[in-house]
Design a protein around this ligand. Structure first.
Ligand SMILES: NC(=O)c1ccc[n+]([C@@H]2O[C@H](COP(=O)([O-])OP(=O)(O)OC[C@H]3O[C@@H](n4cnc5c(N)ncnc54)[C@H](O)[C@@H]3O)[C@@H](O)[C@H]2O)c1
Length: 244
């Protein structure tokens, strides 16, 4: 398939994990990708692997200036900006009574404000391109209660609501906005789990396995592409049934 020929997609937090896999798949289908991340060494190595169709820039999603630079880099690649994956996120699990205000606000800044700034930043460029698709990476922690995750959950539930609000606001510009809700996915993010925590999570997954980056990336590419042209404001769980 070559669903992304002539299209450019911006992926925040794409130096590794799910975002890096999405970048590889989009380029394999003829697209161009701008990757933003704090992880400069990994981001540069990925861009070198992917060649001229990929640009990496250091980006902190909490900063408006970094978003402006990322959008400018996407338009410089040529052909306009057609997609955004608001993928950058942090997950520092702590129960309610062990979560201090600084940790709570750090999650808000990266996971929630970062997504808000990203959506705002891409709209003029997507409008110039004639429309586009925004995919906000939430979590099953945005669909149901999640243990030890008061701060993370608050942001992932927020993304679900922000997705629907933005979908209405941006429909007249032919910009679609949808959310993806991964269950446990094998990346660095969950490497902090103890063996006990991991096996407790495994027991709760109807399909009986932790997800892969490919599982999520396939769903994200579907929402970015014209295959989902009549979908906006939708929430897509990619979670082995864990949220059922
Ligand atoms: N792995 C899972 O089990 C899981 C489950 C549900 C949802 N998610 C979500 O999927 C997304 C991708 O996570 P992942 O699993 O690939 O983990 P990951 O930790 O490999 O990727 C997250 C990326 O975000 C980047 N990042 C963090 N703060 C940033 C900032 N301020 N500015 C720019 N980049 C920043 C990190 O450097 C990292 O590259 C996240 O939003 C995460 O919350 C992950």
């Amino acid at each position: 398939m070559a669903r992304f020929t002539g299209k450019t997609v911006l992926i925040s937090g794409g130096a590794r994990g799910q975002g890096a896999t999405e970048a590889r798949m989009i380029i394999a289908e003829g697209g161009r990708v701008v990757i933003g991340d704090l992880l400069e060494e990994q981001g540069r190595a990925l861009a070198a692997e992917l060649g001229a169709a990929c640009v990496f820039l250091r980006q902190d999603v909490t900063l408006e200036a970094d978003w402006a630079a990322a959008v400018a880099a996407a338009e410089t690649l040529g052909g306009g900006l057609h997609g955004l994956v608001n993928n950058a996120g942090i997950y520092v699990p702590k129960p309610l009574m062990e979560t201090d205000k600084a940790l709570f606000e750090k999650h808000l800044a990266v996971n929630q404000t970062g997504c808000f700034l990203g959506m705002q930043a891409v709209v003029p460029a997507m409008a110039r391109a004639g429309g586009g698709s925004i995919v906000n990476i939430s979590s099953t922690a945005g669909l149901r209660g999640s243990p030890n995750a008061i701060a993370y959950s608050s942001t992932k539930w927020a993304l679900r609501g922000m997705t629907k609000a933005a979908a209405i606001d941006l429909a007249r510009l032919a910009i679609r906005v949808n959310s993806v809700h991964p269950g446990p996915i094998e990346t660095d993010m969950i490497s902090i789990w103890t063996n006990e925590q991991r096996s407790a999570r495994l027991d709760s997954i109807p399909l009986g396995r932790v997800g892969t980056v490919d599982d999520v990336a396939r769903a994200v590419l579907f929402l970015l592409s014209d295959e989902s042209v009549y979908m906006t404001g939708a929430e897509l769980a990619v979670d082995g049934g864990v949220s059922l």
